[in-house]
Design a protein around this ligand. Structure first.
Ligand code: UDX
Length: 466
């Protein structure tokens, strides 16, 4: 089939390459000419495991091309996928729909024949209906452009896998033709047994925001439990394991720590609350404000923990931050909890060095004031506290004995509860993590009700330090 994929970010570029990989003739479109040049040359404009292979294969097959021209896209596609961003609006919780609207406005007047526009971006419920009337005004005489919504659930770091083998496909359609067209697009997946749910557009739009809201709620739930664990001297990791054995609950997305970030979860729950207000059902999902608040609090609590470990004052203290991206296996630093903590430590006067295997370029762009490097030993040299804030696999391979020789003081805050605390303690490190009992050598965590602050032995202040 002749497909266009408009917007070549993490979602669109992977979708375009994967659609070509399963046999379609695909034209990828973006306004960013640098990104398009990179893609044409087979250079992924972002880090995503496995994407370079699919891109190379798809380009070599001749079934994948790229352009910056929406006119060219209009002429090419029988199905046009809209994959542009819907970021949070400045000064509001709502989603900014200007990029979606710009695609429609730029594409539809040039359509030579009837076709299907398929939205994949995460949007406020009601968007398909709104775009349908916008398109009716823009389409050339005799051309019918129908809109369907087919939300994308891919996770960064697993984007190729999630696109080629999704958990489910959801199609929000208004006609049988649209349903049949989408089934033809995804025929190889359907043959492989991927569940396909066809429904009305509003339900399809809602599935996506509901899924992300549920995931965010699950993370904030376990982080709220971590705070209770700190007060009670209990262990949130064991709690999560025990909860997770209940198959109705499940263990996934119950990892307590620094909380969620990225380009999706935070802005999606905010946009959902804004849309619910517009629909007059704000109170029904008011709990999402608290989900957001609990999530933000993990960042503050982590910084407070670092301050306490530094004896109450971070001024001039050398701190190593492991991880800049919002999650491992990605170079994405949008709303990164790790960088938010690093910036807060920096603002409090700490001498912060940040390590990340893939995200240093984006981290430097976002926060030029931070010193970032992809050399772990350089970053940790002379550090008085090491904060593990993004759980890259390579941090689990670090030898804590060797690292202890490089730092000034072997103090670790595991903000992701992902390192082997016993191993690090055996190597002489003082280890602290939110929701976990204090390490041996620190005051007993067993006194129920004692606040976190009292459970952490502050590091002795540097003699002579003001
Ligand atoms: C998310 C959704 O999972 C995906 O379906 C949707 O299409 C886009 O948004 P993504 O943003 O790539 O995907 O990341 P995800 O794996 O969901 O992680 C989001 C954040 O939650 C990360 O910052 C991660 O570190 C954090 N997280 C995840 C936790 O803090 N604890 C967990 O148990 C799981």
């Amino acid at each position: 089939m002749q497909l266009t994929v408009i917007g070549t970010g993490y979602l669109g570029a992977v979708h375009a390459a994967c659609m070509a990989d399963i046999g379609h003739d695909v034209l990828g479109v973006d306004v960013d000419s640098e990104k398009i040049t990179a893609l044409i040359e087979g250079r992924p404009p972002f880090y995503e495991p496995g994407f370079d292979d699919v891109l190379t294969r798809a380009l070599a097959s001749g079934r994948l091309r790229f352009t910056t021209s929406l006119r060219e896209a209009a002429a090419h596609g029988e199905v046009h996928f809209i994959c542009v961003g819907t970021p949070q609006q400045a000064g509001s919780l709502a989603a900014d729909m200007r990029y979606v609207d710009a695609v429609v406005d730029g594409l539809v007047p040039h359509l030579p024949a009837s076709c299907l526009l398929v939205g994949k971006s995460t949007v406020p419920v009601g968007t398909t209906a709104r775009l349908t009337s916008r398109i009716a005004d823009l389409a050339p005489e005799g051309v019918r452009a129908e809109v369907a919504w087919n939300p994308e659930f891919l996770r960064e770091g697993f984007a190729v896998e999630d696109t080629l083998r999704p958990d489910r496909l959801v199609a929000g359609i208004t006609s049988r033709e649209a349903d049949e067209t989408l089934r033809r697009v995804y025929a190889p997946m359907l043959e492989a047994g991927v569940p396909y749910i066809s429904t009305d557009p509003s339900t399809a739009e809602l599935v996506k925001v509901a899924a992300n809201s549920f995931l965010a709620t699950k993370i904030s739930f376990i982080n709220a439990m971590a705070e209770v664990c700190d007060a009670a001297g209990a262990d949130v990791a064991t709690l999560a394991d025990a909860l997770g054995h209940d198959t109705r609950i499940g263990r996934r997305f119950l990892n307590a720590g620094l909380g969620f970030g990225g380009g999706c979860l935070p802005k999606d729950i905010r946009a959902f609350t804004a849309r619910a207000e517009e629909l007059g059902v704000g109170p029904a999902i008011a709990f999402l404000h608290q989900v957001d608040e609990i999530n933000e609090r993990q960042r503050t609590r982590t910084v407070a923990l670092a301050r306490q470990m530094a004896g109450g004052d971070l001024t001039g203290r050398r701190v190593a931050v492991l991880g800049a991206t919002f999650k491992p296996d990605s170079d994405d630093v949008r709303d990164s909890p790790a960088l938010a903590v690093a910036m807060s430590l920096h603002r409090q006067g700490a001498d912060v060095r940040v390590h990340d295997p893939e995200g240093t370029a984006n981290a430097r762009l976002a926060h030029p004031e931070l010193r970032c490097s992809s050399d772990l030993l350089t970053v940790c040299q002379g550090a008085e506290i090491v904060l593990h804030l993004t759980e890259w696999g390579q941090y689990r391979e670090v030898d804590p004995v060797k690292l202890a020789r490089v730092v000034r003081r072997p103090v670790l805050i595991d903000g992701r509860n992902a390192l082997s605390h016993d191993t690090w303690r055996a190597a002489g490190w003082t280890v602290k993590a939110l929701g976990r009992p204090a390490s041996p050598g620190l005051p007993s965590a067993a006194r129920a009700g004692e606040p976190l602050r009292a459970l952490i032995a502050p590091m002795a202040a540097e003699p002579g330090r003001t």
